[in-house]
Design a binder for this molecule. Structure first.
Ligand SMILES: O=C1O[C@H](COP(=O)(O)O)[C@@H](O)[C@H](O)[C@H]1O
Length: 249
């Protein structure tokens, strides 16, 4: 388990471009070492902004996109193609513009897919998929980079404060119900699954995030500020703009 580090950028645009450069480097490093890379995407304004910056980067072509395994940390449980789905936004921002192998992109199920409106069944299926791609003895694949956003109340992925989902300690993926932020039904990796990643990057901007950021980095309990419980095995980076970092000591 790594100790969280905060890196502060001057504004949201600089942050998105800097994280995009960091992501391209992390993927190319993993591909140089092992021939492939494994990345977990997030939704939210900052996360999607980073993917747009990857698409616009002059270094886009440094990545062999056909050798990247793509997963999602959470999903808004909505019909396929809905503009509010994290998958739809990630495809529009980046994935539709590069030659990702469709067999290596692993979106969480939509609410009109094979599990219909049963988010718990869709979550159980995603957990099986992850287990099937995991190294022996592990429950999830070896994620090189797992990116997350942070909500105003401290949620990360779709794990909200004081819920059974943030307390989950055995399942790797859960159906999430009655979320305070719309839509009310979601699918999310749990903290144990997030903690299996090599690097966890929490990315956020704006004054509204200053309080949860300071609480998380100040040692809040994950049950109160779920983002505080998102810790990578080798590295945990909090990638912030000056507004989001404003209450750090
Ligand atoms: O709903 C969600 O929100 C969070 C944070 O989003 P932001 O727009 O405040 O950056 C995001 O991390 C999560 O993936 C998404 O489902």
């Amino acid at each position: 388990m790594s100790r969280p580090e905060a890196l502060v950028h001057s504004g949201g645009d600089v942050l998105a471009a800097a994280v995009a450069a960091r992501l391209i480097t992390a993927i190319t490093d993993a591909q140089a070492a092992r021939g492939s890379a494994s990345v977990v995407l997030t939704g939210g304004r900052t996360g999607i902004g980073v993917l747009e910056q990857v698409r616009l980067s002059p270094a886009l072509g440094a990545v062999d996109w056909s050798a990247v395994d793509v997963f999602w940390g959470d999903e808004r449980f909505l019909p396929d193609g809905d503009g509010e789905r994290n998958e739809t936004q990630a495809r529009q921002a980046l994935l539709d513009h590069v030659d990702v192998d469709p067999a290596r992109a692993h979106p969480m199920a939509p609410s009109d897919g094979e599990f219909g409106s049963d988010a718990d069944a869709a979550a159980a299926h995603y957990a099986e998929l992850l287990a099937g791609l995991a190294p022996e003895g592990a429950a999830v694949p070896r994620f090189d980079v797992l990116m997350l956003g942070v909500g105003e109340e401290g949620h990360t992925a779709s794990l909200f404060p004081d819920t059974p989902y943030v307390r989950e300690d055995s399942r790797t993926v859960v159906g999430v119900h009655d979320c305070p932020k719309p839509p009310p039904t979601r699918i999310s990796l749990t903290l144990p699954a997030i903690g299996a990643a090599s690097e966890v990057w929490l990315m956020t901007t704006g004054k509204a995030k200053a309080e949860p950021v300071a609480s998380a980095l100040g040692g809040a309990k994950p049950v109160d500020i779920p983002a505080a419980g998102a810790v990578g095995r080798d590295r945990t980076l909090w990638l912030l703009d000056t507004d989001a970092a404003a209450q750090l000591g």
